[in-house]
Every structure is written in structure tokens, then in C-alpha cells.
Design a protein around this ligand. Sequence first.
Ligand code: NDP
Length: 452
Amino acid sequence: MSKQIEDVIEKVKQKNPGEVEFHQAVTEVLHSLEPAIEKHPEFERYKILERLVEPERVVMFKVAWLDDKQEIHVNRGYRIQFNSAIGPYKGGLRFHPSVNLSILKFLGFEQTFKNSLTGLAMGGAKGGSDFDPKGKSETEIMHFCQAFMAELWRFIGPDTDVPAGDIGVGGREIGYMFGQYRKVQNTFTGVLTGKGVDWGGSYIRPEATGYGTTYFAEQMLKARGETIKGKIVAISGSGNVAQYAVQKVNQLGGKVVTVSDSDGSIYDPDGVVGKKFDFFLDLKQKREGRIKEYADEFGVEYMPKQRPWSIKCDIAMPCATQNEIDKDDAQTLLDNGVMAVIEGANMPSTIEATNIFIEGGVSFGPGKAANAGGVACSGLEMAQNSQRVRWSPKEVDQRLHDIMEDIHQATYETASKYDSKSASSKIKNYVIGANIFGFEKVARAMIAQGIV
Ligand code: NDP
């Protein structure tokens, strides 16, 4: 590995002690950029890597709110505005007790490359809070969202920073935050994406990440002469991304045999399909139920506290959270004959797991390419808001499909160009392809805009 890259990684570790997820993301990305750095000496001259790993702005703030018993709670809010070289900051808000600076910096850093890959004008950001929405009443959620936005509003705007949802932040939370922003700013503007379709939201936004990940999977398989039809698919998670990944895989003729939540996984060898899929969607969207209820209802196997990776499958789609596939899980999947792993979640595979897949000849679709459909559709929502128009579900879905096809093509070609192993194989190194393609555009924009 080049000395420059190792030095930058070392400095990131020294300057950001204890931020393990951020170190992991920087290490993974920078290692894969080596061929691009070698080819473009100007990147080193302009200190692009050093500038890229430092967020442009980190905002941390107090969120004090009252629960239903009039008890006061204090949470911490964050917005990491990572890089705006190619467009206004854009990235989700995550509400989860595990949220900390390290996790949001890793997500904001990754978002910069992901947004670049979409071909739309969006910079990278991420934010959220260590607030736990689980078990909170409707009014508590509303009070928290309002208190959060009462501080965040001064740092965002439709041409500055446009947050969206992520873990723990869906349409309901976006609604409460949008309402508060509108009130304090006295403007109706597209400052958040993931809005309701009646008040500026885009059709297909809820479906976009799960659909997009599946479209990416479809392209990866096509590149090696395969299709999703008839394949056994293991999916983790049961939230927004997982739900629509299951739906799209079903539509394309695959069979989804697992879904999970943080309590455990279910294994349904006949597939989460038809009435069983409807039950699953209702359980998770309307009743805030646990996945165990699916096993109870349909008499299938429930694996408490287990991730689904021990189940034999052709395709694995991790759609829950970061680092949910470790090296042992990766080895098990490989031993069981997995042919493709497509990341719906952000960084669900550890670096060791990723290497096992790539070295084992598995088609591996990294999250920043495979799950970019969510933010791409958010970009389409921003475009509709700016023009004050609304496109039909069919039109948005077609644009989403085209964007995912373009991302696949760009990452496929970039991998072939920069990675000698990829050049001679149908199975490309999409990690190299995605990181380099996303990076080069941001790097060129940073050089063009001077030292700022
Ligand atoms: P949701 O909150 O809707 O769902 C998250 C799912 O993952 C739930 O089933 C949850 O289970 C499970 N989960 C969360 N944390 C853990 C954990 N520590 N261990 C085990 N299971 C866990 O989130 P999304 O579906 O929106 O997001 C899922 C992933 O996709 C995240 O990595 C997110 O960053 C990424 N992503 C999301 C996009 C979007 O548009 N929503 C866009 C691009 C990426 P439980 O309910 O029990 O907590």
C-alpha cells in the first residue's frame, strides 16, 4: 500500500481516537483508491485524500424534550456535513441508541461517494440522534422530532443541506420534522426528502432503496449470465430497505427465505411471499411487531438472537445494519455456495468478510453502489420540488431503474479499467469500481474549486 495512503489512514486514527467505524470506512475506501492515486499524481499534489477525510462541518447539539409523564430527557443530536463539492449536502438522519460521532462520520464519508455515483448533484452528509424511538408514544415521537428540528433548522436548507430518513426515521418522523421546519422558517420548501406524496414527496421513495438494491443485484447477475428468477435469497432486517427488497425479489421470481430483526431471524423455506408477505408488511409497518410473530403465525423456524447467514442461499442481501456479516458469517455463506452478496444496508460486511467474498469469487455489491437507489430517489424528489411537479410512480420507478443500471455500468467499467483481475473476469471487483468512480468525480470538483 502506498505510503501516502497509509499516512492518511494513520492520521485519521490519531485525530479521531476511538472512532472505529470511521477508521474502518476510511481504511476500506482508501485502500481501494490506490490505482487511481497512482494514475493521477495531481490528487496527491492537491492533498485530495487529506481534505476528503476531514468533514467540512460537524454540528453537535442538545435535544431536550418532555415525555408523556412530563419527565425531561436529554439526547444528543448531530449533523455531519462531510463534503459539498458536487452539490448540497444530502444524507439520512438516524435515530437509534447506538448513534455516535464515529458511526455518523463513517456514514457521511460513505455518502459522499454514494451520492457521486448516482450522477445527481448531491454532496455527502449524515445525522441523527441517540434517541431510541422504540416503545415511545406518538406524542413523544412528535415532541422529540420537533425538539430535534428546533436546533437543526439553522444548519440546513433546500440549497444547503437536505436530510432524509434512515434507521428509526421514516415518513412519520420526516413529517413531524418538516412541520417544525416550516413553522420556524415560515417557508414551504423541499428541505427534507421522504415527505408524504400529498405534501411534496415523491412516489416510490419508500420503496426506492429496497427496489434499487434488487435492480443492482439483477444487473450484477446479468453481467455473469444469470437472473434472480429461481434463486434462493437470504435477506436480513425487516425495516424499510428489507421490506421492499423482499417485494422486488418476489416480483422478479426469486424466493426470499429469511428476514430478521434485532431479536432474531425467521427461516421460511417456502418463501416470504403472497399472504405471508402481506402479513410481514402489516406486522412491520402497522403493528410495530417482532419478527418472531411471523414464525408463530406460519409455523416456520425462528432463530432467536441469530442472523440469517447460516441458511443456505444463492444470494445474500444484508439490509439491517453495519457489521452484521463478520468473517465467520462470510465463510459460512461461501461454504454454502453463495454466488452474490448485495448490500442493502450501509457497510454490513466487515473488511475481512468483504475480502472473503471477493477472493472467493462471489459477486459482491458494496452498499454505496447497491443501496444508492434511496438517495437517488431523494434526488428525484428534490428535482420535482424545485420544478413544483410530481412524476407518476411508473416514471419514478423507470428513472430509478435507469440510475441503478447506470451505476452498475459505471462501477463495472471502472473495475475493469483499474483492477487487472476484474479485467479478465466476468466477476468484477465492484468495491474498487464504486470507490474509484465516486471518488474521481468529487476529486476533480475539489481541484476545480480551489483550496476551500
Ligand atoms: P429501519 O429502521 O427501517 O430498519 C432497520 C432494520 O434493521 C430493522 O429490522 C432493525 O430491527 C434491524 N436492525 C437495526 N439495528 C440492528 C442491529 N444492531 N442488529 C440487528 N438488527 C438491527 O432502517 P432502514 O431499513 O431504513 O435501514 C437499514 C439499513 O439500510 C441501514 O444500514 C441504513 O443506513 C441503510 N440504508 C437505508 C436507506 C433508506 O432509504 N432507508 C438508504 C440507504 C441505506 P429492530 O426493528 O429490531 O431494531
